[in-house]
Ligand binder design. Structure first.
Ligand SMILES: NC(=O)c1ccc[n+]([C@@H]2O[C@H](COP(=O)([O-])OP(=O)(O)OC[C@H]3O[C@@H](n4cnc5c(N)ncnc54)[C@H](OP(=O)(O)O)[C@@H]3O)[C@@H](O)[C@H]2O)c1
Length: 382
């Protein structure tokens, strides 16, 4: 799960985040923003202009909060002209944050413990509560299903290295530790699973939406019962703003409901009129034919612990990679829109934004490669 995910980390948001569809990108048609709990908050967001940030900003504004963004001013600078933007860099250029006060900070851009510690130290006397955006990749492994917040975290195999592409999960675990040390009793750690929806700059879930909308015989990996777990970015944003309002010290997995691969693919089929059939291709056949989980078959990982490839920081997929326990977050207000809403809105966003995949962000198998693998699979069964 980790390798391919890393390939996309830090990719800029294609520079097109919903210039054309900001409102529908944030809210499913007919849905009202949630009411805020308590008074208006002054919220500082470290980031705010990539994938998850804009949805958080919109959600916070919808609830009447005041938002300030801190980023380098390179990405999607057209977004939120009404919002205050402070310029700086997590790597040592934090001066614009000095001498200001906020009720809560949401740290979306902390990949290196030193950066997170620096910002937490700088803000600890001027910001009441620290919400840190971690990841389920911070866990030691995915070797069991139903991992909850008490599962052991990764240890850094090369202490001192700040290579966030190579050691994403272990570094995020150390970032969490930095937050807890500087903000004891005043921090919330949120570990999202795989995030999907309009504006997704990783494009992995979008691969399936676009592929199924194209129609024909779709290569479906593994078995229909393989677990699948994605969270809609808008549901995640609501949860983050909930937690920013509540300001209670806690740690949460923020993951979607556990469904099956078939439920995801058939659910996506429900939002297109394309004529589609699915060919379920055995995981071992895919592996033997050079088709990799996650990068070639986006968001899919076979639920096996023996199906590993060398990964960053020693983390691999496994039976629990797409089967984590989100009960604690759901007990504290996390809700999920139907998959059809996620799929339909993602398809609309994709068509409103791209004529075709951006060449450098093309996820999954090409059409030609998919046809080649399907032909080999069908031949092997004659
Ligand atoms: N995608 C997933 O499925 C997934 C899953 C689990 C966890 N996560 C977590 O989600 C977070 C990423 O979310 P996001 O990128 O969508 O957040 P975001 O709040 O949208 O922020 C992204 C913005 O941060 C700014 N930024 C990047 N590096 C910076 C730096 N060194 N200094 C100052 N600003 C910087 C960039 O703007 P400028 O270029 O203008 O600086 C970028 O547009 C990460 O913490 C990641 O671990 C993601």
């Amino acid at each position: 799960m980790s390798i391919s995910r890393r390939q996309f980390i830090g990719s800029s948001a294609v520079g097109v985040w919903a210039a054309s569809v900001p409102r529908t990108a944030t809210t499913t048609v007919g849905e009202e923003p949630r009411r805020r709990q308590g008074g208006m908050r002054r919220i500082l967001i470290l980031g705010g202009t990539g994938f998850i940030g804009p949805h958080m900003v919109q959600t916070a504004l919808d609830r009447g909060h005041t938002v300030t963004l801190f980023n380098r001013g390179r990405t999607n600078t057209h977004l939120f002209p009404q919002v205050e933007k402070l310029r700086g860099d997590r790597d040592g250029q934090l001066d614009t944050l000095r001498g200001r006060t906020w009720d809560v900070v949401i740290d979306n851009t902390g990949y290196v413990p030193r950066h997170v510690r620096d910002s937490a130290e700088l803000l600890k006397n001027s910001v009441g509560h620290y919400v840190y955006t971690s990841t389920t990749d911070a866990y030691r492994d995915y070797h069991v299903a139903g991992i909850d917040e008490s599962y052991p975290l990764a240890t850094h195999p090369e202490p001192g290295s700040e290579d966030a592409r190579r050691y994403y999960g272990p570094l995020k675990a150390l970032c969490e530790q930095a937050v807890r040390e500087v903000y004891p009793q005043r921090s919330t750690i949120i570990r999202p699973g795989w995030i999907v929806g309009p504006g997704d700059n990783n494009h992995l879930f979008t691969y399936w939406v676009v592929r199924i909308d194209r129609g024909g015989e779709v290569l479906a990996p593994g078995t229909p019962n393989d677990p699948m777990q994605v969270i809609d970015v808008r549901d995640l944003a609501e949860f983050f703003v909930d937690r920013a309002e509540a300001q209670r010290t806690d740690t949460f997995n923020a993951v979607g409901p556990v469904i099956t691969m078939a439920q995801m693919l058939y659910g996506i089929r429900a939002v297109t009129s394309a004529n589609v059939s699915f060919a379920w291709v055995d995981a071992d056949f895919l592996w033997a034919n050079g088709v990799k989980p996650w990068s070639d078959m986006p968001v899919w990982w076979p639920p096996r612990n023996d199906y590993a490839e060398p990964t960053f920081g020693g983390i691999t997929g496994g039976v629990g990679a797409l089967n984590l326990d989100g009960g604690h977050a759901r007990g504290n207000g996390l809700t999920h829109r139907p998959l059809a809403a996620t799929a339909g809105d993602t398809l609309r966003w994709y068509h409103a934004t791209f004529d075709d995949w951006p060449e450098d962000r093309r996820p999954g198998l090409s059409a030609a490669r998919e046809a080649e693998v399907l032909a080999a699979w069908n031949a092997s069964r004659r």
